[in-house]
Design a binder for this molecule. Structure first.
Ligand code: DX5
Ligand code: ZN
Length: 217
């Protein structure tokens, strides 16, 4: 299977969101990655539910919503209604992760969990069967355009082994600092989905950049 690409609109031109989403519709992107930051869980505020609805209004690709917020349970239904197909919560923000994942599924969404660079994937061992996606953060969340953390490859390999052992179909997503230089190595380590923000949107040819990422083997 070829790698799945999820461009992050965090790096797009918010004043021209409709045309940015239409560009993604026309591209080989598989998902549209939507980064929600609350200024509490992460030291930055991005956008929230109304902007997610606006993206959904034009999107022809599924929305992959990454909640970098405290108390995610409180907002799951709002994001489902806003058009999320995948909802990922941070393991560091969930006291009752199993219950939260169940709540996401009960809403008819795919359930994902994101893990910060300092969090071991070992904490997912007992919920791996319940997970549609694990988002391994390859930067500290909060900002686009940061440097990729090299320890990520090791985490991907460890998580892949865990998924294989469990016979689960959980996808591994990598988020932060993804570019043409690390994409192949991530795919080789076992990544299924690559999020790319600044690498796509700051390129002269975003569609071509997505196409080239999609080609990696
Ligand atoms: C970081 C976000 C990422 C970010 C990726 O907190 O979760 O999705 O937009 O951006 P780049 O690809 O620029 O690192
Ligand atoms: Zn993200």
């Amino acid at each position: 299977m070829s790698v799945l690409i999820a461009p992050s609109v965090l790096a797009s031109d918010f004043a021209n969101l409709q045309s940015e989403v239409e560009m993604l519709n026309d591209s080989q992107a598989d998902y549209i990655h939507v980064d929600i930051m609350d200024g509490v869980f992460v030291p930055n505020i991005s956008f929230g539910i109304p902007v997610t609805e606006a993206i959904k209004k034009h999107a022809k690709k599924p929305l992959d919503v990454h909640l970098m917020i405290v108390n995610p349970d409180q907002y799951l239904e709002a994001f489902q209604k806003a058009g999320a197909e995948i909802i990922s919560v941070h393991v560091e923000a969930c006291n009752h992760l199993h219950r939260t994942l169940q709540a996401i599924k009960d809403l008819g969404c795919k359930a994902g969990v994101a893990v910060n660079p300092h969090t071991s994937v070992d904490v997912l061992e007992d919920v791996i069967q319940d997970l549609d996606l694990v988002c391994i953060m390859s930067v500290n969340p909060g900002f686009g355009g940061q440097k990729f953390i090299e320890n990520t490859y090791k985490k991907v390999r460890k998580l892949k082994e865990m998924i294989n052992r469990a016979g689960s179909s959980t996808l591994i997503e990598i988020d932060g600092g993804v570019n043409q230089d690390n994409a192949s190595k991530l795919f080789e380590a076992g990544a299924d989905v690559l999020v790319a923000g600044s690498f796509v949107f700051s390129a002269n040819d975003p569609k071509g950049t997505i196409a080239r990422l999609k080609e990696i083997r």
